[in-house]
Ligand binder design. Structure first.
Ligand code: AMP
Length: 127
């Protein structure tokens, strides 16, 4: 599936340093920052630095290095937040919305790390 990446999206502006973010972690290929409208006590977004629209785009076109870096960055943020269940943390939920039905607002791949309270049911019934 060919993707067109919109360089004017807000996360691209964060990556270019045009707007600020509350940085949580930066690695060679990834950036993590606090969500501006947190839905849970911990709400961190992890994004790749490369121009990928969504998860399947990333899985298709990113290098093995980028994929490994991104995956490890997510794990590192969970450890930093102290929410990893294996380290006696209470757990977390990862969400990556894609496209219209996924209700993706920002067309740059991001994984939400939600934690700090019971997150509730996985999917709400449609209205
Ligand atoms: P999604 O619906 O999965 O595309 O989520 C986009 C997320 O980006 C939302 O949770 C927003 O609150 C968040 N967001 C939008 N603008 C910013 C920003 N400038 N800094 C941090 N988070 C943002």
């Amino acid at each position: 599936m060919p993707y067109t990446y919109d360089t004017s999206n807000i996360f691209a502006k964060i990556l270019r340093g045009e707007i600020p973010c509350d940085k949580v972690l930066e690695t060679e290929h990834s950036l993590a920052f606090s969500d501006i409208a947190p839905k849970t006590p911990h709400h961190v977004l992890v994004i790749p630095k490369g121009p990928y629209v969504c998860y399947d785009h990333f899985a298709q076109d990113a290098s093995d290095l980028e994929i490994a870096d991104f995956t490890r960055a997510i794990g590192q943020v969970c450890a930093q937040l102290g929410v990893s269940p294996g380290a006696d943390g209470a757990g977390y939920r990862l969400i990556s919305n894609a496209g219209r039905d996924g209700v993706q607002e920002v067309p740059h791949l991001h994984v939400h790390i939600l934690a700090g309270r019971n997150i509730g049911p996985m999917v709400m019934a449609p209205p």
